[in-house]
Design a binder for this molecule. Structure first.
Ligand code: ADP
Ligand code: MG
Length: 383
């Protein structure tokens, strides 16, 4: 946050973007590869000191009663959304930083619970805002780490590091090739020729903390524990290749084997996708997206009829290079690579088809890659 730290202000506005992950579903918590980008949908925070020593008010537009809190008593709330923010404040305090009273207004144009990581945008936006407002000197990595911990400890979702990382480190016109085992990352130009990114929201919402997300993690970790019995050096599915996995098949339940197979194949697909992007081979990139979806559907078992319908529809259109479900699963969004000339007609046709099939309105929004967390000058603020 160098640019943010350079400014001393009593009132600031921070834009905290959502993210898409082009490919690399559920590899992040398995120490694998992902290929995300921050997007031009975001949560905006306006923060100011309110002169009090410890009283804070946080109002999120559309979320009813504001969160009022005393900095000396930061603890879990029974209101879900408040926990993301309380977890961040507690995390900052745990690092030994002291805060003073502040007021915060939040406004978002990010779909919620749809796989675009509104939760990470919420956490990292507040952490970055407080970092700037109180000149805490937190590094980007500290912001990412404490935000993730807030989600683990205050909300109960055992998310990987990708969401927070992409929201903070995003770069316009680039994807981030990120190795989640050590956070090494390189930027890959998002040069996809005439193809553009389209997100379609099934408007079916998942609740990650309800357990399915965490249970997939458990299944992966159990698979690792079994494999370790024969191969003690293996500490995550990242270290497993196809040969090793098939040699260990007898150690695993069918479910554990399927989950592990998906992750091993998916890691390779991310590497291949980064190469395809670099060589501008959009057809190959698209096929990898379809293969990813099939794996999430058949092996990882986290798709649903609405998501499958959208991806199957995409396959029928020769101006769509590829599509897949994104996010935690059981609803949320699909990502499509659509030829720009057909974007408008495609949105219209697929929305009508979806409505006919399920009686639900489809959310459709083209997205572009964007920069990560940004401090806006107050004169630019639109809140
Ligand atoms: P995703 O991160 O894919 O959007 P999650 O289930 O991880 O889905 O996080 C969604 C949750 O984050 C919401 O249910 C809400 O509690 C919180 N949240 C997201 N955006 C906001 C916001 N603008 N204001 C308050 N809470 C929000
Ligand atoms: Mg989330």
């Amino acid at each position: 946050m160098d640019s943010i730290m350079a400014q001393t202000l009593n009132e600031i506005v921070v834009d905290s973007p959502g993210r898409i992950n082009l490919i690399g579903g559920h590899t992040d918590y398995n120490n694998g590869y992902v290929l995300p980008a921050a997007i031009d949908r975001k949560i905006a925070f306006r923060l100011k000191k309110n002169g009090s020593a410890q009283m804070c008010h946080i109002q999120s537009k559309g979320y009813g009663t504001p969160l009022r809190l005393n900095l000396q008593k930061v603890e879990k709330s029974s209101v879900e959304w408040e926990n993301y923010l309380l977890g961040v404040i507690a995390g900052i305090q745990k690092l030994g930083h002291s805060l003073e009273g502040f007021d915060c207004e939040i406004e978002s144009d990010l779909p919620i619970g749809s796989g675009l990581s509104s939760s990470a945008a919420l956490e990292c936006g507040l952490a970055s805002g407080l970092n700037a407002l109180f000149e805490l000197g937190l590094s980007k990595l500290e912001i990412i780490t404490l935000s993730r911990r807030a989600e683990h400890e205050f909300v109960g979702t055992k998310c990987g590091i990708m969401d927070q990382f992409s929201s903070v480190y995003g770069k316009s016109d680039h994807f981030i090739f990120l190795d989640c085992s050590n956070l090494h990352h390189t930027y890959v130009p998002a040069s996809m020729g005439p193809y553009e990114l389209l997100l379609l929201n099934t408007n079916i919402s998942h609740q990650l903390s309800d357990g399915q997300y965490n249970s997939r993690q458990d299944e992966c970790f159990e698979a690792v524990a079994q494999i370790q019995k024969q191969h003690p050096r293996i500490t995550s599915l990242r270290d497993v290749d196809l040969d090793l996995l098939s040699s260990c098949k007898a150690l695993l339940t069918d479910i554990q084997y399927q989950r592990a197979l998906f992750i091993v194949q998916e890691n390779q697909r991310v590497v291949d996708a980064a190469e395809a992007l670099k060589s501008k081979d959009i057809e190959q990139l698209g096929s990898l997206l379809y293969a990813c979806h099939e794996g999430l559907r058949d092996l990882y078992d986290i798709s649903c009829p609405e998501l499958n319908f959208l991806v199957d529809y995409a396959k029928e259109q020769n101006y769509v290079a590829g599509a897949r479900m994104v996010g935690g699963g059981f609803g949320g969004c699909t990502i499509h690579l659509v030829h720009g000339d057909h974007m408008e007609s495609y949105i219209k046709e697929i929305s009508e088809a979806y409505k006919r099939e399920f009686g639900i309105d489809l959310g459709a929004f083209p997205v572009r890659t964007s920069n990560g967390t940004t401090l806006r000058k107050l004169s630019d603020a639109a809140l």
